[in-house]
Design a protein around this ligand. Structure first.
Ligand code: DC
Length: 222
């Protein structure tokens, strides 16, 4: 695997742990692009659902994906994504996608394709990238890693406030127990608990940690 040309901040963690708010805010503070890899797995899930692919069958998922073309790029410092010419991002928070995304994310062919895209994006610009395997599999060599978690009650409440139905604990179990790239905290990641601190406090902590590792903020997108 080629090393990224630019710095990558890897942010992994459990479902509804506040990764997206934290990651987006950190990317703004640093002037880096922001890439939510969960949206890519969700986009593929939505695409396959549109084609009535039985997502419980890994072979069917692999076959369904083989016929698709994937385009990813950075637009105004964020991920832009098309599958066979269609932008799935307006649909990726639907309850049906929440229900089945972990089935799709466990399939090796899906992960291989999306990880390659994620690694390519890091050749284009400095990135804050959030997901489940960014610090362990996609960019194990980056020194800049965080792992976010929060109390299960706080996480469930967060999803409810967002008006979403999402069986987050069930998704966590599937994500943690799958064979391919399971969700786990990299040994060199800084663990953060978002049920104990505000986003501002977490960002201040993260910036101090990054500075201690020698990372200086730069503005690429302001
Ligand atoms: O971050 P999220 O909740 O939007 O992610 C949706 C699902 O996608 C998550 O349950 C597991 C999968 N995912 C993954 O397997 N690897 C990633 N890097 C990001 C997400």
């Amino acid at each position: 695997m080629s090393h990224p040309v630019h710095p990558v901040i890897a942010i992994d963690g459990t479902a509804a742990s506040g990764k997206s708010t934290f990651s987006r805010r950190l990317s703004q503070k640093l002037g880096y692009a922001y890439v939510n890899t969960g949206a890519m797995y969700r986009g593929v899930t939505w695409y396959l659902q549109q084609r009535n692919v039985p997502l419980g069958e890994p072979e069917a998922v692999t076959r369904g994906l083989a016929g698709a073309t994937l385009e990813t790029r950075l637009e105004n410092g964020e991920l832009a994504f098309r599958i066979s010419g269609v932008d799935p991002l307006p649909h990726v928070r639907e309850g049906k996608v929440n229900d089945e995304v972990s089935l799709v994310a466990r399939v090796a062919a899906v992960r291989k394709l999306l990880v390659a895209e994620q690694q390519r994006l890091a050749q284009l610009a400095p990135l804050v990238m959030e997901g489940r395997d960014i610090g362990t599999v996609v960019f194990p060599q980056t020194p800049y890693k965080f792992f976010l978690d929060a109390d299960a009650v706080v996480r469930a409440q967060r999803r409810q406030n967002q008006g979403e139905t999402d069986a987050i604990l069930q998704r966590d179990v599937l994500d943690q127990q799958r064979e391919n790239s399971p969700l786990t905290c990299a040994s060199d990641a800084l663990r953060l608990d978002s049920s104990l601190s505000t986003v501002d406090e977490l960002i201040a902590l993260a910036l101090r940690h990054l500075a201690s590792l020698g990372l200086k903020s730069q503005s690429h997108f302001s």
